[in-house]
Ligand binder design. Structure first.
Ligand SMILES: NC(=O)CC[C@H](N)C(=O)O
Length: 395
């Protein structure tokens, strides 16, 4: 069956359909990873986007449920040069084609993805319409112009209820803006007592969980779509050590008075070089973002730039000058991509321990009853659901 991809600038690509049939609008972006397509497909930060893989052969090692980075894929379309229908790997459970069919996602193969990527690099990210219909190009263009891009993706992908991944060490509250499983995996593997909370959790509700540290997760869309999160962060800043990743990094910046802006075509792939300004060392990082913290807006805040991108000089890491808080624009949890930056999770835990030593916390029970005395909601409101229970909103 034929599939077509129409871009806002009028470029039309005709290829072969795979996955689901139908029609879908989204922001067309490209990812330069050679492997890792299943982590890309299941990364909630791609919610609402039509993802093009620049590596020419996709699907050759199939799909393994264990490699998912969330409960389901959230992409609005998948574009590849060549799609492998017969995966060959001992871990493969099924093909990319069946995955896309299962979740109603349209795929297009057999198009010149190099040309598509050059268009995006030249023009910037664009809206696109992916279709398996026979409608005329004029009709499709009218439809493309009329369909708005998705906003408020965070509320669609965040968990709806609190859940925990128990551990015996530091209690880390992960604010789920569309968290990749890798973040939870990295914290759990270090023994952390992880409690995952919805994106709209308030500072008061977080205090009731008596955390030792707060992890602000990655997530889709414009950080300015989540103003309540920036407010919550500004309220807990200084009270608990904070570590922000990607959207979490952008939200920490907004909470501290800095600004964010959209990049022309973003950074998506597994080989983005980042320089640590303190050591001058370069790390190869995994990235997936379309927004960035505005450089000039840092002046006048209490933030300090710790890392920059070697390719375009954009901000890649921030640290608060007074409070225990730092963040990175890239993905230390990798998945997919290099694990060079996983030491940042160790730095976070070291920061929590240092913070605790400098400011010994009240015993947990005393913290909770102190919070109750301040007239906060009854404990039931924030009680964790049973272990491993996930409640993701449908697309
Ligand atoms: N991976 C992320 O957290 C992405 C952050 C944000 N949605 C952006 O595109 O910049």
């Amino acid at each position: 069956m034929q599939a077509r991809l129409l871009l806002e600038d009028g470029t039309l690509f005709t290829g072969t359909a795979f996955g689901s049939e139908g029609e879908s609008t989204g922001e067309v972006v490209f990812n330069t990873g050679i492997t890792g397509y299943q982590e890309v497909l299941s990364d909630p930060s791609y919610c609402g986007q039509i993802v093009t893989m620049t590596y020419p052969l996709i699907g050759n090692y199939g799909i393994t449920r264990d490699d998912f980075e969330s409960i389901r894929p959230f992409v609005h379309g998948f574009v590849v040069r060549e799609h492998e229908t017969v995966p060959s790997n001992w871990r493969a459970e099924y093909s990319v084609d069946s995955l896309l069919k299962e979740y109603g996602i349209i795929g297009i193969s057999g198009i010149d993805t190099r040309m598509l990527t050059r268009r995006i690099r030249h023009h910037g990210v664009m809206k696109g319409l992916l279709t398996t219909s026979n409608k005329s190009v004029a009709e499709l263009m009218e439809q493309l112009q009329a369909n708005p891009l998705m906003i408020d993706q965070v509320s669609r992908v965040s968990t709806k209820s609190v859940f925990s991944c128990p551990g015996s060490k530091e209690r880390v509250v992960v604010v789920d803006f569309g968290a990749k499983t890798g973040i939870i995996r990295d914290l759990s593997s270090r023994g952390c007592d992880v409690v995952v909370v919805p994106q709209d959790t308030t500072a008061e509700q977080i205090r009731r969980l008596a955390p030792d540290g707060i992890m602000l997760s990655n997530g889709p869309g414009d950080p300015k779509d989540v103003p309540h999160a920036a407010k919550m962060i500004s309220e807990i800043l200084g009270e608990y050590p904070i570590f922000g990743i990607c959207l979490g990094h952008q939200l920490l910046a907004l909470a501290c008075g800095a600004d964010t802006e959209k990049l022309k075509f973003g950074h998506r792939g597994g080989n983005h070089p980042v320089k640590d300004l303190k050591t001058n060392r370069c790390y190869i990082t995994s990235q997936n973002h379309g927004y960035t913290v505005n450089d000039a807006s840092i002046a006048g805040t209490e933030l300090e730039v710790t890392h920059i991108n070697n390719n375009d000089g954009t901000i890649e890491g921030l640290k608060h000058k007074k409070h225990a808080a730092f963040s990175v624009q890239y993905h230390p949890e990798a998945a997919p991509g290099p694990y060079d930056s996983s030491y940042l999770f160790d730095d976070f835990i070291a920061m929590i321990r240092e913070f605790k030593q400098a400011k010994p916390a009240l015993p947990r029970q005393a913290q909770i009853s102190a919070a109750s005395k301040q007239g906060l909601e009854p404990a039931g409101a924030a009680a964790p659901a049973s272990k491993g229970e996930l409640h993701y909103a449908k697309k």
